[in-house]
Design a protein around this ligand. Structure first.
Ligand SMILES: [Zn+2]
Length: 307
C-alpha cells in the first residue's frame, strides 16, 4: 500500500475511510472520536506500532499534549494530553494533532514528541514545520473541506456560525474560526485579546493582500484598540452580534464590523473582524507606526504570518 505523505493526504485518506465506514454502519459522521479512530486505525494499519494508550496528565499549563513510545513495550505508542484543559474542543484538537505526529513524524522522532500550548499555533519555530504539519492534519481531518464548505454556504459570517462549526466538529472556537478564515474568501481577521492586549491575531489571505494584519508575535505589547468592543467590554452592548466601527478604530482605513465574545472572567476576548469585500485601493497605505502592522512586502519576505 502506498501510504500518504503529507498532512492533507493523510486527512483525505482517513476521511474517505470514515465516510465509507459511517455510511455503511449508519453512524453519525461528526464529531470525530479521535481516540477510537487512532486506536483502531493504528492497530490495523500499523500492527507493529499500535497506539495503545490515551491518557490525561495533570501538569503545568504550558504542556498541551505528547506522543510517547511505551517505556517497556517499545513497539507501542501513547498519546497524552493535559488533564487541566477544560475545553473539550481544545482537547480534541490536541489529540488529533498528536495523532498527526504519529502518522507523519514517529519515524523521525523515535522517542516521540512533546507539544506546548504554543505548538498548537506554531508555524515557524525550529520545530515549527512539524507543528504546522500536525495542525494542518488536525484541521483537515476534524473539519473536512467538503463538509465545512457545505456548513458555511449561504450563511452570513457570525459568532453563531463559528460556534455551530466548533460544536459540529468538537473543536475550539479558535480552530473553527481559523478554518473559516482559510476558506471563506472574505477579508476578515480573528483577534484574541488578553488583559487588554492583543495576544494573537490571524488575517485571511484576502485581508493579507491588503497588507492588514498584526505581527503575530507583537503581543502582549500591542494594546487592543481603545474603542474596540474587545477593549470596552461593555455588558450593555450586544458584543456577539457586534457593531460596525467607523474608519480608524481597527487597522486599515476602512469600516470594520467587529463581533466579540468576552471570556467568563473578562480577561480573554475573541473578536471576529469583517472588512468590506472590496479593498479601498490596490495600493492602500499601510500604517506601521503603531499596532505592530507591517507591509505586505515585509510579510512575504518573512515568509509567513507568524504566531
Ligand atoms: Zn506538536
Amino acid at each position: 500500500m502506498n501510504l500518504p505523505k503529507t498532512p492533507q493526504q493523510w486527512a483525505i485518506h482517513l476521511t474517505k475511510l470514515l465516510n465509507a465506514f459511517t455510511a455503511a454502519h449508519g453512524l453519525q459522521r461528526f464529531p470525530i472520536n479521535i481516540v477510537d479512530i487512532a486506536h483502531e486505525f493504528s492497530k490495523h494499519a500499523f500492527p507493529d506500532a499500535p497506539i495503545t494508550a490515551f491518557e490525561g496528565i495533570k501538569t503545568s499549563n504550558n504542556f498541551e499534549g505528547a506522543l510517547f513510545r511505551h517505556p517497556e513495550r517499545k513497539n507501542e505508542w501513547g498519546i497524552f494530553y493535559n488533564e487541566n484543559i477544560q475545553s473539550s474542543g481544545r482537547k480534541n484538537f490536541t489529540l488529533a494533532h498528536e495523532f498527526g505526529h504519529y502518522l507523519l513524524h514517529r519515524a523521525a522522532f523515535p522517542d516521540g514528541l512533546q507539544c506546548s500550548s504554543r505548538s498548537m499555533l506554531d508555524w515557524d519555530e525550529e520545530r515549527g514545520e512539524i507543528e504546522g504539519q500536525a495542525n494542518t492534519f488536525a484541521s483537515f481531518f476534524l473539519m473536512p473541506l467538503d463538509d465545512f464548505r457545505a456548513q458555511i454556504k449561504g450563511h452570513k459570517p457570525s459568532m453563531d456560525l463559528m460556534c455551530h462549526l466548533a460544536d459540529r466538529y468538537a473543536v475550539s472556537l479558535s480552530a473553527a474560526t481559523l478554518k473559516w478564515l482559510d476558506v471563506c474568501g472574505k477579508r476578515a481577521m480573528i483577534v484574541f485579546g488578553r488583559d487588554g492586549y492583543i495576544d494573537w491575531a490571524w488575517s485571511s489571505k484576502e485581508l493579507l493582500l491588503s497588507g492588514i494584519f498584526y505581527r503575530s508575535r507583537s503581543g502582549p505589547t500591542t494594546e487592543l484598540p481603545k474603542l474596540s468592543l474587545a477593549a470596552r467590554q461593555d455588558p450593555l452592548v450586544d458584543n456577539r452580534s457586534g457593531i460596525l466601527h467607523p474608519k480608524g478604530i481597527w487597522p486599515g482605513q476602512e469600516e470594520v464590523h467587529e463581533m466579540t465574545i468576552l471570556g467568563k472572567r473578562g480577561e480573554m476576548t475573541v473578536s471576529l473582524l469583517l472588512y468590506p469585500d472590496d479593498p479601498p485601493s490596490r495600493f492602500a497605505q499601510i500604517d506601521d507606526e503603531d499596532g505592530g502592522l507591517m507591509d505586505t512586502y515585509e510579510k512575504f519576505v518573512r515568509g509567513g504570518q507568524v504566531p
